[in-house]
Ligand binder design. Structure first.
Ligand code: ADP
Ligand code: MG
Length: 663
């Protein structure tokens, strides 16, 4: 393999970090950029992936003196990007991560007094704006990857627009890799758009001739074919999620082992749950003569740029969180990507030289079946946390909030309804004390509710599932997956949090440490909020009841052997084979579940057995105990009434508004 990719990796090795910085397209326009930022409060910056927006803009602002009166913050829709970019920038600045340059993501704050450049997820900045509505700690905020249109970004858009109007010293820079820029500029009041001139090479696009039945198999074949063809350059494969990535990586390695005298290949997976030291590997140069093959989620589409990619293999799918009104919740599902995604993916092959992109779908599928751009998250997810957040920010009428693309009213109403059943909103739609407390927790409202009720019920043990399969049999608590995880945690604790113990039981030490960390952080929040922490001792029924208090709306009842139906909708749902309750011969009449996943069937994940009476007690808006005969649950329908009440209120408020705006 003697060609450009080797030349480019040689280049990276020889060049100092400073030279690498100066080679980026953004460097050529550094002064122009600083001028336009100086002259305007808000600027939209558009530039190809890899042009240096994420790593350089913060440093330019720092060099230009903005950090003398506040931090330069940069938000990312993905945790991985926030961490890895902060690490890179701290190296470029020659400081230790966490000092001048730091990052903050949920459950992890790697910043200090010294920090002047702070990378964070957009969720973190949202939470900060809750405590400090004018973001006084910041002199500039860069909202990076705005084209991703994550839910948090969209809410921040609405909030920051107001903050900038109140604070003339704050700079807001919105960056995007794509064409949405006109829309952004219009939203913020016709602000200027700055284009970073790109430096890209042509990419040959090769479509599948026929539709692929199995994209994993097709991708494995394609990668091997490229690898054995003798052409040089690294490969980047796009897969929808972790499972597919693991299978694809394993298959490639296995099949190569079967071949005699195949050239060496380093296969590197990357997805958000991968431990960060393994994630960092994708940026390391492979040894000379060894090709890299990165198998990634759409994290590598625009968030992370890996140099030296010449071949892209695009399976054509991604995972999206989509609110499913039928089951009343968000589900992460695999969907075809949009044309915009496809073009971004292809572009990854043309950064260091001409490249090739193998699309594992037909040209007609691209043209006729793919959307032009992905629907923004705000228009497809459960908005419960956003509703909570906006309510706590004092936004009374959510339908008047300035959204770039307002979420469908039905979703908004549904979220308010969910919050109402959890006791976070009262009948007038205002935040209750429970709701106010929920905002403090970086959790799904139902999980926050669980912690909150645990204080009233006298139990502060809480469980977080981390998903280890092998531990099931040994530690299984037949009534509950949640309790099984708790059992694992307590046994680990009894063994002095030992990593040897973990290894002996095939448990990931790292995952357990994370659980311990999250536990202590949640405990800190509870202490801060002066919540009453008491232990239930060995009475684990109380824990199940707390779980029931949070998840009664996701309850199922036994229908036949191993068969359950949703109590509210009658929809069949199944125990997942990894559940502690699966095949144990113990089949409780009622269970609640944490989440539904749809693969071949509708599976309930993380299940806990509950008493029928608890459901009636804790979820009176859904269930009552039938008086006659045995105590069987029966669904009641007063929810419809409540819904129409809330709807009426919203309608009349909107009419008021219309009237006002007509005046
Ligand atoms: P953009 O945000 O415009 O897509 P970036 O600022 O992320 O561009 O990337 C600029 C350069 O920095 C790229 O060449 C990329 O490979 C490099 N880079 C970014 N993060 C890292 C990292 N963690 N390790 C090594 N190189 C990195
Ligand atoms: Mg970037």
């Amino acid at each position: 393999m003697k060609d450009k990719s080797e030349a480019s990796s040689e280049f990276a090795k020889k060049k100092t970090l400073l030279e690498q910085r100066q080679y980026l397209p953004i460097f050529a326009v550094r002064q122009q950029l600083l001028n336009i930022i100086r002259d305007n409060s808000i600027v939209i910056v558009v530039g190809e992936t890899g042009s240096g927006k994420t790593t350089q803009l913060t440093q330019y602002l720092h060099e230009d003196g903005y950090t003398s009166y506040g931090m330069v913050g940069c938000t990312q829709p993905r945790r991985v990007a926030a961490m890895s970019v902060a690490k890179r920038v701290s190296e470029e600045l020659g400081s230790n991560l966490g000092e001048e340059v730091g990052y903050a993501i949920r459950f992890e704050d790697c910043t200090s007094e010294k920090t002047v450049i702070k990378y964070m997820t957009d969720g973190i900045l949202l939470r900060e704006s809750l405590r400090e509505s004018d973001l006084d700690h910041y002199s500039a905020v860069i909202m990076d990857e705005a084209h991703e249109r994550s839910l948090n970004t969209d809410v921040l858009f609405g909030l920051l627009r107001e903050v900038v109007s109140r604070r003339s010293d704050l700079k807001l820079i919105v960056t995007s890799a794509t064409m949405d820029s006109d829309k952004f500029a219009a939203f913020f009041g016709n602000v200027p758009i700055f284009h970073i001139p790109g430096r890209t090479f042509p990419v040959d696009i090769l479509f599948s001739k026929t539709p692929q039945e199995d994209y994993v198999e097709a991708a494995v074949k394609q990668a091997l074919q490229i690898h054995l063809s003798g052409m040089g350059g690294d490969i980047l494969i796009f897969m929808p999620g972790q499972e597919d990535i693991e299978v694809t990586s394993d298959q490639i390695v296995e099949r190569l082992e079967d071949l005699e005298s195949a050239p060496p290949l380093t296969v590197l997976p990357i997805y958000s749950q991968l431990p960060s030291d393994l994630q960092a590997k994708i940026f390391q140069k492979a040894p000379d003569g060894v090709r890299k093959c990165i198998v990634a989620t759409n994290i590598a589409e625009t968030s992370l740029t890996v140099d030296g990619i010449m071949f892209v293999v695009d399976a054509g799918y991604c995972k999206l969180k989509v609110f499913n009104p039928r089951i009343g919740m968000d589900a992460l599902q695999v969907y075809p990507i949009s044309q915009a995604n496809a073009n971004q993916r292809a572009g990854r092959a043309g950064r260091t030289g001409p490249g090739q992109c193998y699309r594992l779908y037909t040209q007609s599928a691209f043209k006729n079946e793919m959307l032009t751009t992905t629907i923004p998250e705000i228009q497809r997810t459960n908005l419960a946390n956003v509703v909570l957040l906006l309510k706590s920010l004092g936004v009374q009428d959510l339908l008047l909030f300035h959204f770039m693309d307002p979420p469908p009213e039905d979703n908004m109403l549904n979220s308010m309804y969910q919050l109402w059943i959890l006791g976070a909103l009262d009948n007038t739609g205002s935040l209750t004390p429970t709701g106010r407390l929920m905002v403090e927790f970086p959790l799904d409202p139902a999980l926050s509710k669980m912690l909150i009720v645990s204080c009233d019920m006298g139990c502060k043990k809480f469980t977080l599932h981390t998903g280890h399969d092998q531990v099931r049999e040994k530690f299984s608590v037949p009534e509950s997956d949640h309790l099984t995880y708790l059992n694992v945690y307590l046994q680990w604790k009894n063994n002095n949090y030992s990593s040897i113990w973990c290894n002996e039981h095939f448990i990931h030490t790292k995952a357990m440490r994370k659980v311990r960390e999250v536990r202590s952080q949640l405990k800190d929040i509870m202490v801060q909020q002066r919540m009453n922490l008491v232990s239930c001792g060995s009475d684990w029924d109380i824990i199940r009841k707390c779980i029931c208090a949070a998840y009664f709306h996701q309850a199922a009842k036994l229908k036949g052997i191993g068969e359950y139906v949703n109590v509210r909708t009658g929809m069949p749902c199944h125990l997942h084979p990894t559940s502690s309750l699966f095949g144990m011969g113990y089949t409780p009449d009622y269970i609640t579940y944490h989440e539904l996943v749809m693969t071949t069937k509708e599976y309930m994940q993380c299940v806990t057995a509950v008493d029928g009476e608890w459901l009636a007690e804790l979820g009176p808006m859904f269930y009552s105990v039938k008086q006659a005969g045995k105590s069987r649950m029966e669904e009641i329908t007063n929810m419809e009434e409540e819904m129409s009440l809330a709807e009426q209120q919203l309608r009349s408020r909107r009419e008021d508004q219309d009237r006002k705006s007509n005046v």
